[in-house]
Design a protein around this ligand. Structure first.
Ligand SMILES: Nc1ncnc2c1ncn2[C@@H]1O[C@H](COP(=O)(O)OP(=O)(O)O)[C@@H](O)[C@H]1O
Ligand SMILES: [Mg+2]
Length: 325
């Protein structure tokens, strides 16, 4: 019998378009002989079609497993994962905790720091609390100002002086109640794909060569000028260190299923910094998560098969847990 897979895509965020493209690539790659594909579309207002997933166990006897392909808020942040937990449906990717911690750039760094993993120096503030004058001088310029919970570089700016910092803080504050200010790293951007539950594996890393001052929204999705190199041209010991740190970060945030872990490699010091972890990375035909696996010997369709297996095996594991006396 075919496995019935519900793919959820779209969503109420700036990453709606990317989600559509990721979901299309995933649906195309799913072997029709093995899977029955069920499409759950969420529009920009948050309305589901043909109908929403209900939070009641047993409400969806027609679904065997769910593949949430929602990037960013209301999808990658633990919210949809919470819904699927309530519904008692197996799903691809990180659980509620791993999703929420990974989404929040402040929490992710705190959890990594607790394990002595290298994260860049930063400050965090709540909206209205960030006084540009007070921040000036606490970190060297340039700094990166970011909404704590977002993706695709939305609301992120690079500030090179106090005036730019003020504008950057105002912009970031529109997108989140929590804002972070980080020391800017002059160097290279690397990414590494991770796959697995209890025993995750890391792919060969890749390098991103942005075409602009940094890898911003235009560069990611519109300009098509950023270059990528897979596998990244690195000394073997750096490649090994990227893979090791990617796995350490994955475990630290208690991720499962998959994640793309992103790094900054500082030119002046040769030091690697963990930048962020994405629990539902892009899955378009040109996205780096599947591309890194391809170069590491796991093709797109095989990757989808593996992710679904991992979702089902986590559900099996859950059966050993009692939820009441
Ligand atoms: N501390 C930093 N130093 C240098 N560049 C940075 C720093 N933080 C972010 N960037 C640049 O901004 C881009 C987006 O930041 P990132 O933290 O990855 O946010 P997002 O979740 O939106 O992808 C990065 O890909 C990188 O080009
Ligand atoms: Mg990023």
């Amino acid at each position: 019998m075919k496995l019935r897979v519900a793919v959820i895509f779209g969503g109420r965020t700036g990453e709606h378009e990317v989600s559509l493209r990721s979901a299309q690539a995933i649906l195309n790659a799913m072997d029709p002989a093995r899977y029955e594909k069920l499409e759950y579309f969420i529009d920009r207002q948050g309305k589901w079609s043909p109908h929403p997933i209900l939070p009641e166990p047993g409400a969806h006897p027609d679904i065997d497993v769910v593949f949430p392909v929602l990037h960013g808020t209301f999808g990658e942040d633990g919210t949809v994962q919470g819904l699927l937990e309530l519904a008692d449906l197996p799903y691809v990717g990180a659980g509620v905790l791993g999703s929420a911690v990974s989404m929040d750039k402040d929490m992710m760094k705190r959890v990594c720091r607790e394990r002595d993993l290298p994260v860049v120096e930063y400050l965090s503030f709540h909206r209205g609390q960030a006084d540009p004058q007070a921040i000036c001088g606490r970190l060297p310029f340039p700094v990166f100002v970011k909404p704590a919970n977002l993706g695709s570089s939305v609301g992120i700016s690079k500030a090179s002086n106090c005036v730019e910092l003020e504008a950057a803080l105002a912009l970031a504050a529109q997108f989140d109640y929590k804002i972070i200010v980080e020391r800017g790293i002059d160097g290279r951007e690397l990414e590494c794909s991770v796959l697995g539950n209890e025993t995750p594996i890391a792919s060969l890393p890749c390098e991103i060569l942005p075409s602009r001052a940094f890898y911003d929204y235009e560069d990611k999705y519109l300009l098509d000028l950023a270059r990528t190199v897979v596998p990244a041209d690195l000394p073997p010991e750096t490649t090994a260190e990227v893979r090791r740190l990617a796995l350490e970060c994955y475990r630290a945030v208690e991720c499962e299923g998959m994640a793309r872990v992103d790094f900054l490699l500082e030119s002046a010091t040769g030091k690697l910094y963990l930048n962020e972890i994405n629990t539902i990375p892009g899955f378009t035909s040109i996205s780096m998560y599947p591309k890194m696996w391809e170069h590491s010997g796991i093709g797109f369709s095989a990757l989808i098969d593996r992710l679904i297996e991992l979702a089902l095996s986590r559900q099996e594991r859950k059966k050993a847990t009692r939820f009441a006396r």
